[in-house]
Design a protein around this ligand. Structure first.
Ligand code: HEC
Length: 172
């Protein structure tokens, strides 16, 4: 099964109901282990790793680029929020990882007398879905103020395992 399908299946499983994720899992961003060219917390949630000299892990840098390509026009620069859509650097510190994925896959619509805001369902867009963990870790790095605004100055070289996972997801 492709990664894209797995993500879609995860989205469906979510809609069918899942117990709330412990608060500690949401606030924990500490990198614990590396797998497939990216870092995870001890809870198995994708996370960032930034060296003391400011070098960011490749996935986080990729997330910065993908965020700017796919989310920026509504959510504003650097995850900081726009006039149309909320600051995702804050959303990712409040929502859990699965809620975040669910909203991106299935979309969200706030309709009331004052506004009619639509978060599009992006679950069919490989340029979003194949890089969603990257976008997530970038936003978490922003939300904890580990990475500043703008393009990260230094990044890790692209790990081979990262390229392989990317190619498998994009089907190239
Ligand atoms: C066409 C504009 C648009 C684009 C593009 C877009 N969003 Fe949104 N998004 C919105 C709007 C509007 C909302 C608020 C919807 C609501 O509150 O019902 C939203 C809400 C969200 C939320 C929920 C935030 C919260 O605090 O509840 C998440 C998560 C999210 N978007 C992620 C993303 C990601 C990740 C991308 C890029 C891959 C993206 N969005 C691209 C318009 C957009």
């Amino acid at each position: 099964m492709s990664k894209m399908r797995l993500l879609l299946a995860a989205g469906i499983a979510l809609t069918l109901g899942q117990s709330a994720v412990a608060q500690e899992e949401i606030t924990d961003t500490a990198a614990d282990y590396e797998e497939g060219g990216r870092w995870y917390t001890q809870h198995g949630i994708p996370t960032f790793k930034v060296e003391e000299d400011g070098t960011v892990d490749f996935a986080t840098f990729s997330g910065f680029r993908r965020y700017n390509a796919e989310c920026f026009q509504c959510h504003g620069p650097d995850g900081a929020g726009g006039s149309y859509a909320p600051a995702l650097q804050e959303s990712v510190m409040r929502l859990d990882y699965y809620e975040f994925q669910d909203i991106v896959v299935n979309g969200k619509q706030e309709v009331n007398a004052a506004q009619n805001l639509v978060m599009p369902a992006l679950g069919q867009n490989p340029n979003v879905m194949c890089y969603l963990d990257d976008i997530y870790t970038y936003l978490r790095a922003r939300g904890t103020d580990t990475v500043g605004r703008g393009r990260p100055a230094k990044k890790q070289d692209k790990p081979e395992a990262f390229s392989e996972a990317e190619d498998a997801c994009m089907g190239s």
